[in-house]
Design a protein around this ligand. Structure first.
Ligand code: SF4
Ligand code: ZN
Ligand code: ZN
Length: 311
């Protein structure tokens, strides 16, 4: 019968292929939230008294995470502050910033907006242009990723945050596993997982509470809760290898609905071996220019900036 497996409500909004479970709106919201809170406990992502800095882009993942982390804030388990990074992507980021701000305001969560332009004097659009003048060598996402990590770490320190939370979902994690493996970036695999800690104490612990929630269910959650979300895609995303891998996994999932979970579970088995293998390679230094964590004299962000300055 087509009724909610939990409460018998005939208005089913999702039938989970993996488990066969059918859920109505209320039971879906409750079950999904419970799963995230369960994962937070299972992987010890958050402890009472933590101050969590949430990277809030305004997209569905981070807006859902804002909703769930705010429930912990309301129960006085954590302190919460959100940051939106404006990379400077014309025609795309403006709406995300506005939507992020309105969601944070609605819930009464402290919100900061920081921009590439203010800190580095360049927007991501400028960087892409500069890179193409210099016979473009890297994908825009590479620069974006480096500078965003720099910001999250810096803002976390400014705010005295003990954890940095991001909205990476199951699809993102599976993509990262395959992508790094296919590109031979085995060392990068050690950063995948719900919690990453570094030997370098300058790095704040990063957590991904949604890493076992499929992207589709995150979309359904925010729609079911009537949350305002930025659904547009970044104009630079389509060209990436990650996007190709993402399509490949989504296509496979149609006939093999458990493929993402099995990829993740398989990876969990080899991760301890990888961590052990690379245990001594993580650096403990700081950048001589900005004081952020670095493996050489300069952190990656400062070395990109220096290169552009000199050319
Ligand atoms: Fe940055 Fe790439 Fe994400 Fe666009 S898709 S916001 S360029 S990391
Ligand atoms: Zn129900
Ligand atoms: Zn630096």
């Amino acid at each position: 019968m087509n009724v909610c497996t939990k409460c018998g409500n005939p208005h089913v909004i999702i039938k989970k292929k993996q488990s066969g479970q059918k859920l109505c709106r209320e039971c879906f919201i409750e079950t999904t939230k419970e799963k995230v809170l369960h994962d937070i406990r299972k992987y010890k992502l958050i402890e009472k008294g933590d101050k969590v800095l949430l990277g809030l882009s305004g997209g569905k993942d981070s807006v859902m995470l804002l909703d769930i982390l705010n429930s912990l804030k309301e129960r006085n388990i954590i302190d919460l502050v959100a940051v939106t990074i404006d990379e400077g992507i014309t025609g795309y980021r403006e709406d995300g910033v506005r939507i992020a701000a309105s969601n944070a305001e609605k819930l009464g969560v402290k919100h900061r907006i920081v921009s590439f332009k203010d800190y580095f004097g360049l927007t991501l659009d400028d960087i892409v242009e500069k890179d193409s003048d210099l016979a473009r060598s890297r994908h825009p996402c590479t620069y974006c990723g480096v500078f965003r990590r720099w910001f999250l770490n810096k803002v976390a320190k400014e705010e005295g945050a003990t954890k940095i939370a991001t909205g990476h979902n199951l699809d993102d994690e599976t993509e990262s596993i395959l992508m790094n493996y296919l590109e031979g970036n085995i060392r990068n695999l050690t950063r995948i997982g719900p919690k990453s800690e570094s030997r370098n104490k300058e790095f704040t612990v990063k957590i991904k509470p949604l890493s076992e929630i499929p992207e589709k269910e995150i979309g359904l959650y925010v729609v079911a809760k009537g949350m305002d979300v930025h659904f547009a895609g970044c104009p630079y995303a389509g060209e990436s290898f990650r996007a190709e891998i993402g399509k490949f996994i989504k296509d496979l999932s149609v006939e093999h609905p458990t493929i993402m979970y099995s990829t993740l579970r398989g990876f969990e088995k080899i991760k301890p071996v990888l961590k052990n293998e690379f245990a001594n390679e993580s650096s403990t230094g700081v950048c001589v220019n900005c004081g952020e964590p670095a493996s050489g004299d300069l952190c990656k962000a400062c070395s990109f900036l220096k290169h552009w300055d000199e050319n």
